[in-house]
Design a protein around this ligand. Sequence first.
Ligand code: SF4
Length: 92
Amino acid sequence: MMGETVIDMTVTPWREAAACLDAPDDVSFFPERENVAGIAKAKAICATCPVAAECLTWAIESNQGEGIWGGHTPKERRTLRRRWLEEIQRAS
Ligand code: SF4
């Protein structure tokens, strides 16, 4: 994932295979919420990413509040995170 967020590579080794590392300069993974075209561009790259599942899991578990991660917007991740937390609660 490219962008403003600093990522600790020791806990995100999957990032070495991230498709966004080779993304064109005009693609932002932190587009404005109303930038529908920009969001679609970032998501299209995520759709080709071999580590999208790892990226999405990490973003949900670490509660990333901004950016496109694993092909999902912050709003989409909030829904997934809520479900994930509910599953944890049910299992405990
Ligand atoms: S899923 Fe998207 S944001 Fe995550 S590593 Fe892959 S290209 Fe980057």
